[in-house]
Ligand binder design. Structure first.
Ligand code: ZN
Length: 579
């Protein structure tokens, strides 16, 4: 197996494209790290803590955009008055939305929280199961909000800790994506709210609410997204903010308004004559998708009275549109840069809203991301980096199945050795392998082990693959402390993660999105980390490595409640008066 020994070079190579731009946070870097010896006054407990996720915000994307954030923007305020964590990264390899949000909510890696992918193969169900599917009844007002819930999340969230230990507290989680809201909040949250993009309604269901909250019904009746129909998406920043970015690139996916164009400006209409599913779909891949979630978060703060008294509350909010924009146009596109600059303004508006509604100095916020993103392969290749795309996992499936057929012999019509290949894993059909063992008078475990090695070796030869590792091999002691192996282990959850783990080469992607994520490479695991609020030293930069689950630990400490039980982070010296 190639695997482990190559991690150092993987890390060097993933950094390469970022170096083409000026790299590093000029503003924050110039500020001295907080002295651990600074005497700290007793920290006032905030009335509201906010876990804020930006879907798909890699460190390299954030740091390239940083010089262009507005002086009165949200990111500049968080950098100036809060603390930046340049070494914020996921431990787990499965850098997708479901796993990432579960980490943000619970503080745990995927191995512990169990959300190993957005979807995984279930032998029992004989199908892919979705990370936020659940047998939950809808509310009569929102029939479309059915079959969504936190049932697959295996460990408690920060909301669970807050609700169990602070009587009268409230915890609310909102996002465009159902899995983001649901997996950050968890079952003990008072409310999780997400968008059902067919109707454009923001909904919840009976997992959290016995009846529809009046404020949420009113929010939907006001149709705030519909009111933005026809908005023209144009560049919001100065020309310099887009310097070096090319707007019209053949590998971008055209704006979904029928124009067929890949450039700004564009009207956000979905190509329709009025608000409807087509408009909502395009809005989701535009800054409107983030603005409406900001409005939803504000409505939740007002409607639930979050932060309105001395009893602390929790708001989880995730901005999804950055992800849809990044997938369609690539992280080095004009659209992605503009989407971030517009989110910067939405964040500023939201922070000002919290100052007014909750009170300046009475709320805290931790901003991070559910995963990063790799550069568009075509763009990376133009910079001289080995990069490409293909139906890589489809090829792995064919190569793996052939290797098994060649060794174990043909199967009855309709049967396959590999039940599923996807989500960067190969899943055996357990019954088929059992039958092979029985027919040959062999031990089932030995057959599985042999099959896994055969599949891994076959997969390894597929173009675009870096390595394929059987779970058995991952389970061996990681004596060299290899980061790639460790990240794959942190994504293993029995019965969910498959039997052979697949790692694509850096800058190689599977499928037709302009760009994507999901790998253990640094560009996918390393994400933004910003803390703000009482006890957080202004303008500080903490070099200590943290995970995106840090916010759940930070807020538990700040509120004096137990840290969520599966959380892995520590509060570094210099934060919250610790030495
Ligand atoms: Zn994504």
């Amino acid at each position: 197996m190639l695997a482990s020994s190559n991690m150092l070079s993987l890390r060097r190579r993933v950094r390469a494209p970022a170096l083409l731009f000026s790299f590093g946070l000029a503003t924050a870097a110039a500020l001295p790290a907080q002295q651990a010896t600074t005497p700290t006054p007793r920290i006032e407990r905030p009335r509201l803590v906010v876990l804020c996720a930006v879907d798909q915000l890699a460190t390299w994307v954030f740091e390239q955009a940083e010089p262009h954030f507005a002086d009165d923007g949200g990111f500049r305020r968080l950098l100036r008055d809060g603390a930046y964590f340049p070494a914020c990264a996921f431990r787990h390899a499965c850098t997708e939305t479901g796993p990432g949000h579960a980490t943000i909510g619970t503080g745990a890696p995927a191995r512990a929280h169990g959300i190993v992918r957005n979807a995984w193969w279930s032998e029992g169900d004989n199908r892919l199961v979705y990370c936020a599917e659940d047998t939950v009844a809808p509310l009569p007002e929102w029939p479309e909000g059915k079959l969504r819930g936190p049932g697959k999340l295996l460990v408690p969230t920060l909301a669970s800790s807050l609700k169990a230990h602070v009587p009268g507290s409230k915890a609310v989680s909102v996002s465009w994506k159902d899995r983001s809201a649901i997996l950050m909040g968890g079952i003990d949250a008072d409310l999780c709210v997400w968008c059902e993009a067919k109707t454009g309604n923001f909904v919840t269901n009976t997992a959290w609410a016995e009846q529809a909250p009046a404020w949420l019904l009113a929010f939907d009746q006001q149709r705030p997204l519909d009111a933005m129909f026809g908005t023209v998406w144009d560049r919001v920043g100065k020309d310099a903010a887009y310097g070096g970015l090319v707007d019209d690139r053949a590998y971008e996916i055209p704006h979904a308004n029928g124009s067929g164009q890949r450039t700004l400006p564009q009207p956000i209409t979905g190509g329709d004559t009025g608000p409807g599913a087509k408009f909502y779909a395009q809005a989701y891949a535009s800054p409107l998708g983030n603005t409406v979630v900001r409005l939803l978060a504000e409505a939740a703060v007002r409607g639930e009275g979050l932060g309105s008294d001395e009893v602390p509350d929790l708001l989880c909010v995730s901005f999804s549109a950055t992800d849809a924009i990044g997938h369609a146009f690539g992280p080095e596109s004009v659209e992605a840069r503009d989407g971030l600059l517009r989110l910067d303004r939405d964040l500023a508006t939201f922070c000002t809203f919290l100052d007014q509604q909750v009170g300046a100095g009475r709320w805290s916020l931790f901003l991070t991301a559910d995963h990063g993103v790799g550069p568009t392969p075509e763009w990376a290749r133009a910079q001289g980096v080995d990069a490409g795309r293909g139906l890589i996992q489809t090829m792995v499936r064919a190569a793996g199945e052939k290797a098994l057929l060649d060794t174990f012999g043909p199967l009855p019509e309709g049967k396959r050795y590999l039940a599923h290949v996807g989500e960067y894993s190969c899943y055996f059909d357990d019954a088929v392998l059992r039958a092979v063992a029985t027919a040959n008078g062999r031990d089932e475990v030995a057959v599985r082990r042999q099959a896994a090695v055969l599949v891994a070796n076959a997969a390894h030869k597929v173009r675009g693959m870096a390595t394929a590792i059987p779970n058995d091999e991952l389970a061996q002691p990681n004596v060299t402390g290899d980061l790639l192996r460790a990240s794959l282990m942190d994504a293993l959850c029995p019965g969910r993660a498959g039997d052979v783990q697949l790692v694509l080469k850096p800058h190689w992607i599977d499928g037709s999105n302009a760009a994507t994520h999901g790998s253990p490479h640094a560009y996918d695991r390393e994400v933004v980390g910003l803390a703000f609020g009482p006890g957080v030293p202004a303008g500080a930069r903490f070099a200590a490595p943290i995970t995106p689950g840090f916010g759940a630990v930070l807020f538990a400490r700040l509120l004096g409640i137990p840290v969520p039980p599966a959380a892995v982070d520590e509060v570094p010296p210099g934060l919250l008066g610790t030495r």
